[in-house]
Design a binder for this molecule. Structure first.
Ligand code: AGP
Length: 571
């Protein structure tokens, strides 16, 4: 994953300033961070970015990196920047060099001495003693995989920036230029950007930039400046964690989305619905929580009589059946998930149209799509998707309603409020469940993806092994695991008799049943929600609150859970 930033400014800036910009990319990884400037100064630290890590460093050209470890453990040596043998070149890299073993073998045989276990260090050694610009075509032909790289040389006031696969964007400021993994790094300093295309490189100084395209024989290319606007994420305020702040923002975010779908996003939603009708069949492609939202979307569309499937992005190739009667819809909060982007590349290659639902504007997924909707949830900082998942579900329901699905959007507010009214009860349940090792969540039909979503939240944020499953499947195996006191959350939409039987079955075997709605069973949490959309959303909120309070009981790092990152930019 990783985030990278480079600054080239007319006036010297402090390490603190560029590390503050990097801090804005910490959602891309927080295993370690590092700084290098063109005086040769370099610092590396394990852990979250400490903006005061290099108090005395000022320069006019510097690069920084925040890491999500892929190759090599979480150590200072493996932290970026990496240098060549002479220390004259420093690089930061986001991506994975897939043929690095072979490259490293060749380089070691030629006498290069490696310090780290990373794939990235090969990049610094490759350019050692070379004219960087002239060596660029050879680099692009020898290095495989994905990369966005920033390279500086000692004593030189220039940043070389180059990319294949991983995102990279230039920000144009008044007295200098910035380059980063995404616009968020510098969206408080400028509203003008140039997005790198595949296999492009640029020479960047404080005075200007030059872009070149490898595909066109490394010839210079003209680039368009894109003006952008970005609403800054609000501060944490009175909340102890972003997760609870973002859960509490759900009513506001949901209302904002519904309004925008009826107003400024009306033409976009109509365009996508027309694309769906023209195609006749929809395939959603997504990962993690976005995949669960897509599974719910499939059911909304099925109820409207439209054929739809949801496929996990990383497995897309194994299931790919694409023709002109298919519309692919990519669903991604960040718009930067590499599994989704890879799947989209395959879809595009087959000439199939792609629409997308994204939260982060100007993201790669959005820019790759033929049409897009913004789910308008606002910035989400906690690694867990909460308000963005809810808005994805609302956007799905809204699109389905335009092809005949009957959703009662008017009941949404009341249901959301009802879920929040259960917060104290949920806290009590969290205290009771905090030491449990396994939790099962049962759903049926439209509540099955919600069960999986709640299980994912419990795993990533509360570190509890959780299984979200189809209630009907229980008796085909998993029931053997139910013993005295096993916690089983049953998602019980009103009028669903079958889920009541499943709850009775586990209860009969000693399970501690926590019913979201009672339907005759002792009620754990009152969700309400006669409407399917409302029930999905209300039970999701209850599950999110439960997850949050279990994690709090356990004293876990809620917003930045171990081993994860918000934006998963590697395959
Ligand atoms: C959700 O809580 C997760 N952190 C994760 O599963 C996430 O939904 C997944 O990585 C997909 O991200 P995207 O929506 O940005 O593509």
């Amino acid at each position: 994953m990783c985030g990278i930033v480079g600054f080239a400014f007319r006036q010297p800036f402090s390490a603190k300033e560029i590390l503050t910009a990097l801090k804005r990319l910490e959602y891309r990884g927080y295993d370690s961070f590092g700084y290098a400037d063109n005086s040769g100064a370099c610092i590396k630290r394990v852990g979250e970015i400490a903006v005061d890590a290099a108090p005395g460093s000022f320069s006019r050209t510097a690069i920084v990196h925040t890491r999500w470890a892929t190759h090599g453990g979480i150590t200072e040596t493996n932290a970026h920047p990496h240098a060549d043998c002479t220390g004259g070149i420093a690089i930061v890299h986001n991506g994975i060099i897939s043929n690095y073993r072979e490259l490293r073998g060749d380089m070691e045989a030629a006498g290069h001495v490696f310090r780290s276990q990373t794939d990235s260090e090969t990049i610094a050694h490759f350019f050692e003693g070379k004219d960087v610009k002239k060596a660029m075509p050879e680099f692009f032909s020898r290095f495989q995989g994905e990369f966005a790289v920033l390279l500086i040389r000692k004593g030189d006031e220039k940043i070389y920036a180059f990319k294949r696969g991983s995102p990279l964007v230039l920000g144009i400021a008044q007295d200098g230029n910035m380059v980063a993994s995404d616009i968020y790094a510098f969206s408080n300093k400028t509203n003008r950007a140039i997005f790198f295309n595949e296999d492009e490189f640029a020479e960047i100084t404080w005075e200007g930039w030059k872009f070149y395209s490898i595909g066109e024989g490394a010839a210079p290319v003209e680039k368009e400046i894109t003006p952008f606007s970005w609403k800054e994420g609000e501060e944490l305020g009175e909340y102890p964690h972003y997760m609870i702040k973002e859960i509490k923002e759900i009513p506001q975010a949901a209302g904002r989305l519904l309004l925008s779908l009826q107003a400024e996003q009306k033409p976009a939603v109509e365009k996508i619905v027309q694309m769906m009708k023209n195609a006749g069949r929809v395939i959603f492609v997504a990962s993690g929580s976005s995949y669960h939202a897509a599974l719910i979307g499939v059911q909304f569309l099925a109820r409207a009589g439209m054929e739809a499937r949801a496929i996990v992005a990383s497995e897309f190739r194994s299931f790919m059946i694409l023709d002109e009667s298919t519309l692919a819809i990519a669903v991604s909060q960040s718009g930067e998930t590499m599994d989704v982007i890879e799947a989209m590349r395959g879809i595009k290659a087959k000439g199939v149209k792609i629409a997308s639902l994204v939260n982060v504007p100007y993201s790669t997924v959005q820019r790759m799509s033929n049409a897009h909707l913004n789910i308008a949830a606002g910035q989400e900082i906690c690694v867990a998707a909460t308000k963005t998942f809810v808005n994805q579900v609302i956007a799905m329901a809204y699109m389905a309603s335009m092809v005949g699905y009957k959703a009662d959007f008017a009941s949404l507010d009341g249901c959301i409020a009802k879920a929040f009214s259960q917060e104290e009860r949920i806290k009590e349940i969290a205290a009771e469940l905090k030491d449990r090792k396994d939790i099962y969540i049962l759903g049926r039909g439209i509540s099955y993806p919600v069960a999986r979503e709640i299980a994912l939240k419990l795993k990533e944020i509360s570190y509890v092994h959780a299984e979200g499953m189809m209630a009907g499947e229980l008796k085909h195996g998993t029931l053997a695991l139910i013993e005295d006191g096993t916690p089983v959350i049953c998602l019980m939409p009103k009028n669903d008799k079958d889920i009541v039987s499943s709850a009775e079955e586990v209860k009969a075997r000693g399970a501690r049943v926590i019913a979201f709605n009672g339907n005759g069973i002792e009620e754990g949490v009152k969700i309400g929600g006669a409407d399917a959309v409302a029930f999905c959303i209300a039970s999701t909120i209850a599950g999110q609150l439960l997850t949050y309070y279990i994690a709090r009981e356990k004293g876990l790092p809620i917003d930045k859970p171990r081993n994860l990152a918000k934006s998963v930019t590697v395959k």
